[in-house]
Design a protein around this ligand. Sequence first.
Ligand SMILES: *[C@@H]1O[C@H](CO)[C@@H](O)[C@H](O)[C@H]1NC(C)=O
Length: 275
Amino acid sequence: MGRIQLLCMTALSMVGVLARCNSLQPSNITPPIRIVGGGDVPSGEYVPYQVSLQYLTSEGYRHYCGGSIIAPDRILTAAHCCADFNVTRMSIVAGIRNLDDQRGSRSQVLSYAIHPDYQELVTSDIAVLNIDPPLVFNDVSVAAIDYADEEFVGGGVSVTLTGWGLRLPVPLPILDSVNYPNTLQRMTYNTITNQECRNRGMEDVTETEICARGVFRGACSGDSGGPLVRNNNGLKQVGVVSYGLVVCGVFIVPDVYTRVSTFRQWIQQHVETTA
Ligand SMILES: *[C@@H]1O[C@H](CO)[C@@H](O)[C@H](O)[C@H]1NC(C)=O
């Protein structure tokens, strides 16, 4: 367990660092596919703040990370979904439940801001995307999520994760046979305290992060950048999917999220900045 798997997991969603996975045995890189222990968002229902972050490849657009709408022209996601990617190939799709739904709206990523303290697998895995055209909110399939809650979330809080699971911006032969989810997955579990998170194997977790854990429930790498929300007088985003182990939803191992409340002022600045 541990370091190599963690590195590889993040590497799987990043162009340019895939070579790091090569030293692993194939059995170790069996890819995590989707939120484990979740279910389809029901037909006719949307998670209006959820977007798919997509990368233009020779075979068309590929979902590779999640994100959330925080303003008509701003998306919150993870730094590792941006670092080393070619911004001219990045776009987001809003207003969809199925990845192949043509009724969604696509916006190009014009630029992104990665938090200056970002260190891969260490801290501040958060980024704000500037997109064009701006999204048109409709309260049903496209809407913003509140990220400004100041409360420091401790353990035992019910939280909900949504995502489409792993997709890669570059073809990896070993993943060809993988059956990717097309329908948005949703799963609810509980946060744990950071001390409990460290005790359960995520030794490097800091106060800038938040952990959650459930019995055979968890996030997977394609969920990276996606929103973890709680209901606290309305839905509030409390986390951004950051890292976990390659094998997802393992009973004993928590998922690690970037703690949104820590970064709310930095996010706010990047929502207000005119590009
Ligand atoms: C980024 O992608 C664009 C569009 O495909 C391409 O023209 C450009 O050369 C790429 N830039 C880099 C640095 O790879």
